[in-house]
Design a protein around this ligand. Structure first.
Ligand code: TRP
Ligand code: ZN
Length: 880
């Protein structure tokens, strides 16, 4: 009944379920504090059960439920035939087949964990992945139990919209005037894909005709005030449906597809069968209220959840260790979709930045785990960048190794072979092999081995014989619980540039890129007929999630920035150039010598800033310095003060030296035109606003005037938020406060804009930020029970404001510890995510690291922790 005590679950202990549930009938009577749930289950002994002999008792998971009755085959079961235990209910069974009826009562209003059935702004909604269904009723809450669901919802007429999975098969009114609706889902599914929504909602409707000519109704439900913010999500949905038909041959399978926008939500969105539920911030947008980044995020999340209908729902996971089976594959699918809809190179740069900044840090920290973990305490803690982003990289490498056509043959076989089943990562790899006669034996290590591999590359050229040799050495640092690492099968895409910057035709078809198959700890690759020494362009398109080391000179990097045919590597060269400069400056800071102007970096940036032949979005990315978090990830021992000083110095030096170029480019792009969130316009706005930020960093009155003017007349949120951010950062404090107040006054009715407004303030590098955040937490628009608000105000500071979070007095750490302790009582999933930056204390210089550790220790000793928080905090404290 209560949550079970923290225990570790191991993959090696997986056993098939003892019983299956052929059909599940649910009956809900919605009441804020006392919702009645009656479930009728068709139970059958699993022929594949691993426990033999007599009939074992039936185990049903359940948490925070009030049990009202248990009946079998229509007769009440006496209390001595079942046991309410921590975490669930054990029932003695009468035979191999029976009908079980269970009545429970739950309290949605008191549910602030946002798992199970809860209320958001008076609207009922559910979140069942991964283990939330057990907070609704007693059930075998595991993904390998797949059942046909029928759901009846009864509610007062003040909740006219009552939704669940599948097709609506009946509706009416009860004798006492309540509404009743019944939904039937024709596809068997695990409980984590169940959903229910009840509220006073409006909706927009559209239609989609599938490739085979079936007509599908599309609906997006939201509170009335947001009805004008639905168009972009509907367009994105139709694009996704078409794309999945064209690229994967996958059609939608129900007559109706519904999306619901919810303000209180732990993650981005959820792929419940036929009834996706979205965090409002990830689905609602209008030009006046949403930034370009929000528009693009919505497009990719709508696609992600839609794509799950095949990669996740039709073919699901056997157990939660296989989570990346659906998440890694689906992230790969949505990334390719976004690349096709927008700029492929820019999308790749964004994804690689996230990977390098956050996934690499995760893989080097106390929570490091393989793409297929071996164990967990709380599965919610494993919805990680490793499962999602590294998992997607692993699928991408299969795509690279096999080629697009072979990959499609593999995915066709996978969907055909496993349709309607709950399967494993191994099944996915085997389908890829079987469809193509391929051998991915060594490649499988990517699923079981944690940590970020390092590639060290050296080269040699022999002019006499015209041979060029690349030698690549690979190793993976030890991670908690995995001391020994084996060589991986790594696809390394490379090109060789001649002295004019042209690719040598090294591929069989005469093109300039080849994929090297690195399989040994050290391997040499030889190229013939190479007359003069080429410049290697390594790991093109970021063909593997590794750290690559090669001794590029600054001059070579500048050459690659201008000439590489691979747009990703042009950007990467700019980042390597910046990293060289920044690490030198950090060294100068540490030894106490005056910081030297980074001339090479300035020269490199100067060469791209005026290059009008390049995609402006790519220019903007090339001109952006690596974040402090990314710099920290590079260091063996992190010196926060050195990173902060080096980065601020570099930004100011660039702003100063390139002022005229930034101004010219800003003016050229500062044109008025109606807003459209297409790749071309987004690119121009991003470069314009990058220039504006540099100009304002320079602090001249003229630059601040540009920001004031832009804030004044902007007709879209991208431009107003960029101008406001620049003013908050660089204008005098009293002026910044005035702008912030005016912005709030204008937008206070709009939840999404208020979140942007919070985030802008919490991520300001100004010294007053921590004090301001404490004030913001008293603001009427702040809600401790709303994860978006908590993320905007608190995580905006702890995860995105390196400068102020790492104040030398440690007050940032103390603040975060206090918030985590308080939040754990409200929403454990969010508390355990929020504490992450502190848990990486091991990487910091002694003095700072000990302050961070003390904050983690204080969290640990604050009382009884949730299983979520206990796992990350205890793992942090036991790692050196
Ligand atoms: N499966 C969801 C996705 O698309 C993830 C998710 C949504 C989730 N809500 C959650 C995971 C709550 C854990 C808890 O990626
Ligand atoms: Zn997903």
């Amino acid at each position: 009944m209560k949550e079970a005590q923290p225990r570790t679950v191991y993959l090696k202990d997986y056993r098939a379920p003892d019983y299956l549930i052929d059909h599940t009938q649910l009956h809900f009577e919605l009441e804020p504090q006392a919702t009645l749930v009656k479930s009728t289950l068709g139970v059958r002994r699993n022929p594949a059960a691993e426990s033999s002999g007599a009939l074992p008792p039936l185990w049903l998971d359940g948490v925070d439920l009030e049990l009202l009755s248990v009946a079998i085959n229509g007769e009440l079961v006496p209390a001595q035939r079942y046991r309410e235990l921590p975490g669930g209910l054990e029932i003695d069974v009468p035979g191999e087949n029976f009908e079980l009826e269970i009545c429970t009562r739950i309290n949605p209003q008191a549910n602030t964990s946002l798992e199970g059935l809860y209320l958001s702004n008076g609207m009922y909604c559910t979140q069942c992945e991964a283990e939330g269904f057990r907070k609704i009723t007693y059930y075998p809450d595991r993904p390998d139990v797949m059942s046909l669901f029928t759901t009846t919802i009864v509610a007062p007429p003040t909740y006219p919209v009552l939704l669940s999975n599948g097709n609506k098969v009946a509706s009416g009114t009860t004798d006492d005037g309540r509404l009743t609706v019944t939904w039937e889902d024709p596809f068997a599914k695990p409980a984590y894909l169940f959903a229910l929504v009840g509220g006073d909602l409006q909706w927009v409707e559209d239609r989609f005709t599938t490739a085979s000519g079936r007509d599908v109704k599309l609906q997006l439900f939201t509170e009335a005030k947001n009805i004008g913010k639905c168009a972009h999500a509907i367009t994105s949905l139709k694009h996704s449906m078409r794309w999945d038909e064209e690229v994967y041959g996958r059609e939608y399978d129900l007559d109706i597809f519904m999306i619901v926008a919810v303000d209180h939500f732990n993650m981005g969105a959820m792929e419940n069968k036929g009834l996706n539920i979205f965090n409002s911030a990830c689905v609602l947008a209008s030009p006046e209220t949403a930034t370009d980044a929000a528009f693009q995020r919505i497009e990719s999340i709508v696609a992600h959840e839609y794509f799950h209908n095949w990669s996740g729902n039709r073919v699901t996971c056997r157990d939660w260790f296989q989570l990346s089976l659906k998440e890694g594959f689906t992230v790969f699918r949505d990334a390719e979709f976004s690349a096709d809809m927008n700029s492929r190179a820019v999308k790749r740069i964004e994804d690689v930045t996230l990977l390098r900044t956050s996934q690499f840090a995760e893989d080097a920290g106390p929570m490091s785990h393989p793409v297929r973990p071996d164990s967990y305490m709380e599965i919610s803690n494993f919805y990680t960048l490793t499962i999602y982003e590294k998992g997607a990289e692993v699928v991408r490498m299969i795509h690279t190794l096999l080629g697009a056509e072979a990959f499609r043959r593999g995915s066709d076989l996978y969907f055909e072979r496993h349709d309607g089943c709950a399967v494993t990562c191994e099944d996915f790899v085997r389908a890829m092999e079987d469809a193509n006669g391929a051998d991915l034996q060594q490649f499988r290590r990517w699923y079981s081995q944690a940590g970020t591999p390092v590639l060290e590359v050296t080269d040699a050229h022999d002019a006499a014989s015209g041979t060029y040799r690349l030698t690549i050495r690979q190793f993976t640092p030890a991670t908690p619980g995995q001391e020994e690492k084996l060589p991986l099968h790594i696809p390394v895409a490379i090109g060789l540039l001649d002295d004019k910057g042209q690719d040598l035709p090294i591929a069989e078809d005469g093109s300039g890129t080849v994929i090297l198959h690195l399989t040994e700890a050290e391997q040499t690759f030889e190229f013939n007929q190479v007359a003069t020494r080429p410049l290697p362009s390594l790991l093109r398109r970021f063909s593997a999630p590794v750290k690559l080391r090669y001794g590029y000179s600054d001059a070579q990097l500048q050459f690659l920035m201008q000439h590489d045919s691979d747009a990703f590597n042009r950007w990467d060269a700019s980042q390597r150039l910046a990293l060289n400069a920044l690490s030198e400056l950090q060294a100068q800071y540490r030894t106490g010598v005056p910081l030297q102007t980074p001339e090479q970096l300035i020269a490199g940036f100067r060469s791209v800033i005026s290059d009008t032949a390049l995609d402006p979005a790519l220019v903007a990315k090339m001109l952006s310095l690596p974040s402090a978090q990314e710099l920290a990830e590079q260091e063996g021992e992190i010196d926060a003060a050195a990173i902060i000083a080096a980065r601020a110095f570099t930004r100011d030096a660039l702003a100063d030296a390139l002022h005229d170029e930034f101004m010219a480019r800003f003016k050229q792009l500062d044109i008025r035109k109606p807003y459209a969130p297409n790749a071309g316009d987004i690119a121009e706005r991003s470069l314009k606003n990058t220039c504006l930020a540099y100009l304002c960093a320079n602090g001249t009155a003229q630059a601040l005037d540009l920001a004031r003017a832009q804030l004044d007349r902007a007709e879209n949120m991208t431009d107003s938020a960029a101008a406001l951010a620049a003013l908050v950062e660089f204008a005098p404090e009293s002026e910044a406060t005035t702008h912030l107040q005016a912005f709030y006054d204008r937008w206070q009715q709009d939840t999404q804009v208020v979140e942007t407004w919070f985030g802008l303030q919490s991520s300001s590098a100004n010294y007053g930020t921590l004090a301001r955040i404490k004030q913001l937490m008293e603001h009427p628009a702040f809600e401790f029970t709303n994860p978006n608000k908590v993320r905007a105000v608190i995580a905006g500071f702890s995860a995105r404001n390196f400068t102020q979070f790492h104040r030398e007095d440690g007050s940032g750490f103390e603040f975060l510890a206090d918030q985590v302790i308080a939040l754990d009582k409200v929403n454990p999933q969010i508390a355990s995510r929020l504490v992450t930056p502190l848990t990486r204390w091991q990487k910091y210089r002694e003095e700072e690291g000990q302050k961070m550790r003390a904050a983690v220790q204080r969290v640990m000793e604050s009382g009884e922790l949730s299983r979520d928080l206990f796992e990350v905090v205890s793992k942090s404290l036991s790692t050196r």
